[in-house]
Design a protein around this ligand. Structure first.
Ligand code: NAI
Length: 466
């Protein structure tokens, strides 16, 4: 007899959401999580704590900048202990909230580290010292990801940090070197820059945020440079020497092979993440993994072993909490015999810098590669009244639509609240909307959303305020 209908391994956004949805659908569910708190990387050391520090540092920068322009005289000071307490409290409250939801939905939290012993069998090394063996009809692997290592760079989470250590620094570093101009490097680089650190970002490629629409990426780099981030492009970091008082970072310029060094108090390694499967027993259980170490699944998230599924960062696709959540819901519904589907082309991406950057659908580069005929409508926030009143005029909205049918194919925004504004288009694109559908929809004035509408108008007969 199975103890459970479903055992979910990992309580990040993929795992905990899946466990709750499965319980709502009538399954008896357990979720194994060994971190000592629910919520995974996202709630504990990722999305949530970084947003707390981004929010606090944004307000500090505003108080030190535009406040005076609006006639508010403030002399802000940083109390790092309190800022870190604020971050920790937010995390505690949200992870506690997941524990409450588990109780409410009768999901058992098994507090330990799981190993898959075969179909339907899981053994758990309990954090209280004991061992537990559990049987279930279905197992879901939702173990997430971990920072990928870089040869020559030893992370100690004190001076050489991953995103985890970069969130808990006790003081503002004088100089921070960030390795990698991806999402993590730019969000956390922004936090410490705003709080006063000198920040140098070393990037392998000739552009930041690989995969992003290149027009947006170019503008993004200009804006961040204006905010004081220094970019060293086309440079491959070779190693970090931590033997002295100051860290010494060595990097090679890829154009002329010349070698350079730079020193720092703190180095943040942000060159990507990889699937986390340590101790899961995948090999013994015969579960196939890809060359990149990700668990392989079919279109319904099933591994090559019946009754074992995988979702989230541990499988292929963007490593995003909301992608994992959607997969968690979908796989629970699939196991319950319902129709489950995710529109993978319409998963939004957001970078929570100031301004924010958001996108959904295809980039111009992707459409060119596909040889697809398209048109582009753009609108700058400089011409939006609300943005102007807020001193938030950096950036623009860009809508790409099919040249013939006008169907929206991609939307890219850099600007204030871009991460909220993008969802109008997520919904529209789910319904197969044309740019004209947005252009003809009444938008309240004065709102930032008007810029999104004007970009759609610019795809057709033209924007009004340009
Ligand atoms: P990333 O893949 O976004 O960026 C890594 C960057 O490092 C790339 O630009 C790459 O060219 C560069 N790089 C690689 N090796 C290098 C070297 N030796 N020297 C210099 N540069 C080098 O990875 P990141 O920022 O670590 O993020 C990991 C994952 O976490 C991503 O999949 C991201 O989507 C996710 N994430 C998403 C967030 C969001 O949606 N707001 C926030 C934080 C993370």
């Amino acid at each position: 007899m199975a103890d459970y209908d479903l055992i979910v391994i990992g309580a990040g956004p993929g795992g905990y959401v899946c466990a709750i949805r499965a319980a709502q659908l009538g399954m008896k569910v357990a979720c194994v999580e060994g971190r000592g708190a629910l919520g995974g990387t996202c709630l504990n050391v990722g999305c949530i704590p970084s947003k707390a520090l981004l929010h606090a540092s944004h307000l500090y920068a505003e108080a030190d900048g535009h406040f005076a322009d609006m006639g508010i005289i403030a002399e802000p000071k940083i109390d790092m202990d309190r800022m870190q307490q604020y971050r920790a409290t937010q995390v505690e409250q949200l992870t506690g909230g997941v524990a409450f939801l588990f109780k409410k939905n009768k999901v058992d939290w098994i507090d330990g580290w799981a190993k898959i012993d075969g179909p339907g069998k899981v053994s758990v090394k309990m954090n209280d010292g004991g061992d537990k063996t559990l049987a279930a009809k279905n197992i879901i692997i939702a173990t997430g990801s971990e920072p990928a290592p870089l040869p020559g760079v030893e992370v100690d989470e004190k001076r050489v940090v991953s995103s985890t250590g970069a969130l808990t620094l006790e003081s503002v570093p004088k100089k921070l070197v960030v390795i990698g101009a991806g999402v993590i490097g730019l969000e956390l680089g922004s936090v410490w820059r705003r709080l006063g650190a000198e920040v140098q970002v070393i990037e392998y490629l000739d552009h930041i945020t690989p995969g992003m629409d290149s027009e947006i990426s170019t503008q993004f780099q200009k804006i961040l440079t204006k905010q004081g981030l220094q970019f060293t492009m086309e440079s491959a970091v070779q190693g970090v020497d931590a033997s002295g008082d100051r860290l010494v970072v060595t990097y090679k310029n890829r154009k002329d092979d010349s070698e350079h060094t730079t020193d720092a108090d703190i180095v943040l390694l942000a060159t990507g993440r990889r699937a986390f499967t340590d101790g899961l027993g995948l090999e013994e259980a015969g579960i196939a993994v890809s060359k990149r170490g990700q668990v392989e699944v079919d279109a319904k998230w099933k591994t090559n072993v019946d009754g074992i599924y995988a979702i989230g960062d541990v499988i292929d696709g963007p490593m995003l909490a909301h992608k994992a959540e959607d997969e968690g819901v979908a796989v629970a519904e699939h196991i319950a015999g319902q129709h489950a589907h995710i529109e993978y082309n319409l998963i939004p991406g957001v970078i929570y810098t100031d301004p924010e950057v958001a996108n959904v659908g295809a980039t111009e580069e992707q459409l060119k590669e596909q040889g697809r005929a398209y048109k582009v409508g753009k609108f700058p926030f400089m011409a939006n009244g609300r943005a102007k009143a807020h001193f938030a005029t950096d950036g623009f909205a860009k809508v790409i639509a099919d040249a013939e049918t006008d169907r929206i194919l991609g939307v890219h925004v850099i600007g204030p609240s871009a991460g909220e504004l993008i969802h109008e288009y997520c919904v529209a694109m789910e319904f197969g909307a044309a740019a004209e559908d947005i252009a003809r929809t009444c938008h309240a004035h004065p709102t930032l959303s008007e810029a999104m509408r004007e970009a759609a108008m610019a795809c057709g007969s033209g924007a009004i305020h340009m």
